[in-house]
Design a protein around this ligand. Structure first.
Ligand SMILES: [Zn+2]
Length: 507
C-alpha cells in the first residue's frame, strides 16, 4: 500500500482552515473513495480529478484509492481541494516525488481538461495557512495577486495541472502573481464636489458619516438623493488594517475582488436593486455560501435606493443583521455566519406618484403618502437617526452648477476630527461613534443636556410630533454636530439643527 499527504486549505464561513489531504492506494478493485465529510461538490471532484489527471497526460492508477480530508470534523465545501487531491494521488502512485511540496499548501479547482480554475475565498485560506506556519502556497493563476495580499507568504501560481507536474518533474518554473497581468487603475470614486446645491442633503450625509448614523434621504426625483448616497463612502475614514482584511476577505469569498491584489482600504458601497433576490441581499447559495450585499457592505455603506419599493420580506430580512451586525444563514448543509456591520442609507420618493411635493401634478393625499412610507417605518426607519426631506432642485441650484461644491477630501477631514472627538469622549464605554450610544446614557446624569437647550425638543415631544426614541436620535445628532463644529458639548443651536435633520418623517 502507498500513501501520500498534501496540504490544502478550506473555508468555514469567513474563517480559513488548513486541511490535510491524504491518499491511500491499495490493491483491489479500482475505485476512488473520498471521505472526511465531503459535500456534493466534493463528490463531483472525483470526476474532475480523474479526467484532469488523464488529460494532463498521466496514467490513472488502477488501484483502490481512498482520499481522506482532515480534520474530519470540519465541514468541507467547494472545489478548492481538487489540485491537492490530484497531487496526493499522483504522489501516492509514485509518479510524482513529494519533496517539492513539503510544507506547501496547494489550492485550486480542476477543469476536466486539466486547467486550474480560480476559487472563491483564497485570501482567508492563505491567511489560515500562514497562521498554521505554512509560508508557501500554490494557487490558481487567477487568484495569485489576491493570495499575494497576505504578507509573508511566497505565492506560486499554476494555470494547468500539467504545469505543476512539469515543475516537479523537470524543474520548469511555475508562474508568479505578476503573470496574472497588470490591473487597470481603478477610477477614483465619485466626489462631493460634483453635487450642486442641496446644502441640507450635503449636511445630512456629513453628519451621518461623522456620527456613524444611518441616514434616510427623501425627496422628489432629480433632487440628487442617489448622487449624495454614492458619495457617503468618500467622506468616511479609511479602514484600519483589521477592517481592511475582513472586508477584502468577504469580497474574496464572494469572488468579486477587483484584480490587482490590494487590500480594500475604502469603505465598501453596495446598492442592491429593489428587485434583488433574497440570496443576493443576505447571502446563501449551495456549496460554499456566498456573502450577500449586506455582508459585502460590511464596514461600509448599504444603500437602498427607492427603498419603499423593496419587498416587505427583503426589508424584514435586514432587520436582524442591522441589530446584531451579523448574518446567520441557515442551510441544509449547516449554518454559516458572515459579518454585516453596515451604515444604512435609504433613499425614497415622498409619494408613490414620484412627482415633486407641491407639484401641480401630484395629487397624493397625506394619507397616501404616509401609507407609502409606512412600509419603511417599522423595521428600518426605527433605527435611522438622520431623516431629511430634500427640496426639489431649484433654478438657482442649477445656475451655480458650474461652481463646484466642497470636495470629499475637505469634508472627510472634518468627519475624521469629529469621529476622533466622539471616540475619545466615549472611550471608557467602548462606543466608537455617537450612533452607538444608548438612549439612557444620553439622558443620564453625566451627559444630559441642560433643559434650557432642549426646550424646542421637549415641545415636539409634548405635542406628539416626536417620539421618545426620536428625542434620543435628535440628541445623538446634536452631539455629532457639536463634534463637527469643534464644540465640547451641544448647545441650543446644535439641537435646532439636529431637529432639521430629522424632519424627513417625524415621530
Ligand atoms: Zn404624489
Amino acid at each position: 500500500m502507498s500513501y501520500a499527504k498534501v496540504l490544502s486549505a478550506g473555508l468555514v464561513g469567513v474563517t480559513g482552515h488548513l486541511i490535510e489531504v491524504e491518499a491511500h492506494l491499495a490493491t483491489g478493485l479500482p475505485a476512488l473513495v473520498l471521505s472526511g465529510l465531503p459535500d456534493t461538490a466534493l463528490h463531483e471532484a472525483r470526476d474532475r480529478v480523474r479526467a484532469a489527471i488523464i488529460n494532463s497526460g498521466q496514467e490513472w492508477p488502477s488501484r483502490r484509492i481512498t482520499v481522506n480530508l482532515l480534520p474530519a470534523t470540519l465541514p468541507k465545501r467547494g472545489s478548492v481541494f481538487d489540485c491537492a487531491i490530484a497531487v496526493a494521488i499522483l504522489a501516492g502512485a509514485g509518479v510524482l516525488p513529494l519533496a517539492a511540496f513539503d510544507r506547501v499548501a496547494i489550492l485550486g479547482e480542476l477543469g476536466l481538461d486539466g486547467a486550474v480554475r480560480p476559487v472563491r475565498g483564497v485570501l482567508p485560506m492563505v491567511a489560515a495557512a500562514l497562521r498554521a506556519g505554512i509560508t508557501r502556497v500554490v494557487v490558481p493563476l487567477g487568484n495569485a495577486q489576491e493570495a499575494a495580499i497576505v504578507p509573508g507568504v511566497l505565492v506560486k501560481a499554476i494555470d494547468t495541472l500539467h504545469r505543476l507536474i512539469a515543475f516537479v518533474r523537470d524543474g520548469v518554473p511555475m508562474l508568479d502573481p505578476s503573470d496574472q497581468g497588470v490591473p487597470a487603475h481603478g477610477a477614483p470614486g465619485p466626489d462631493l464636489a460634483d453635487v450642486a446645491g442641496q446644502p441640507l442633503g450635503r449636511r445630512a450625509i456629513e453628519v451621518a458619516a461623522a456620527g456613524g448614523h444611518h441616514v434616510a434621504i427623501f425627496g422628489p426625483p432629480g433632487a440628487g438623493k442617489t448622487m449624495l448616497a454614492e458619495r457617503l463612502p468618500s467622506i468616511l475614514p479609511e479602514l484600519d488594517d483589521e477592517a481592511a482584511l475582513e472586508v477584502t476577505a468577504l469580497h474574496s469569498i464572494a469572488g468579486v475582488l477587483p484584480p490587482g491584489g490590494r487590500l480594500l482600504r475604502r469603505p465598501p458601497f453596495q446598492a442592491p436593486h429593489h428587485t434583488a433576490t433574497m440570496q443576493s441581499l443576505v447571502g446563501g447559495g449551495s456549496g460554499l455560501a456566498k456573502p450577500g450585499a449586506i455582508s459585502l457592505a460590511h464596514r461600509g455603506v448599504l444603500f437602498l435606493d427607492e427603498a419603499a419599493e423593496f419587498s416587505g420580506r427583503a426589508l424584514d430580512a435586514l432587520r436582524q443583521p442591522l441589530e446584531s451586525g451579523r448574518v446567520l444563514l441557515r442551510r441544509v448543509s449547516g449554518a454559516t455566519e458572515f459579518p454585516a456591520r453596515v451604515q444604512l442609507c435609504l433613499a425614497a420618493n415622498p409619494c408613490p406618484c414620484a412627482r415633486p411635493a407641491g407639484d401641480v401634478y401630484c395629487e397624493c393625499s397625506p394619507r397616501v403618502r404616509r401609507r407609502y412610507l409606512s412600509r419603511l417605518s417599522g423595521p428600518l426607519l426605527d433605527r435611522v437617526d438622520v431623516q431629511v426631506m430634500l427640496p426639489p432642485v431649484t433654478a438657482a441650484d442649477l445656475l451655480c452648477a458650474g461652481a463646484p461644491g466642497e470636495s470629499s477630501t475637505t469634508v472627510a477631514d472634518r468627519v475624521a476630527k469629529a469621529r476622533a472627538a466622539a471616540g475619545a469622549r466615549w472611550s471608557a464605554k467602548a462606543w466608537r461613534t455617537n450612533a452607538e450610544v444608548p438612549g439612557p446614557a444620553l439622558r443620564g446624569a453625566d451627559w444630559r443636556l441642560p433643559a434650557r437647550d432642549t426646550t424646542a425638543l421637549l415641545r415636539l415631544l409634548d405635542s406628539g410630533a416626536l417620539s421618545a426614541r426620536g428625542f434620543d436620535r435628535v440628541v445623538r445628532m446634536a452631539w455629532t454636530i457639536a463634534d463637527l463644529d469643534g464644540r465640547h458639548r451641544p448647545g441650543r443651536e446644535d439641537v435646532a439643527e439636529a431637529i432639521q435633520l430629522r424632519m424627513g418623517v417625524l415621530t
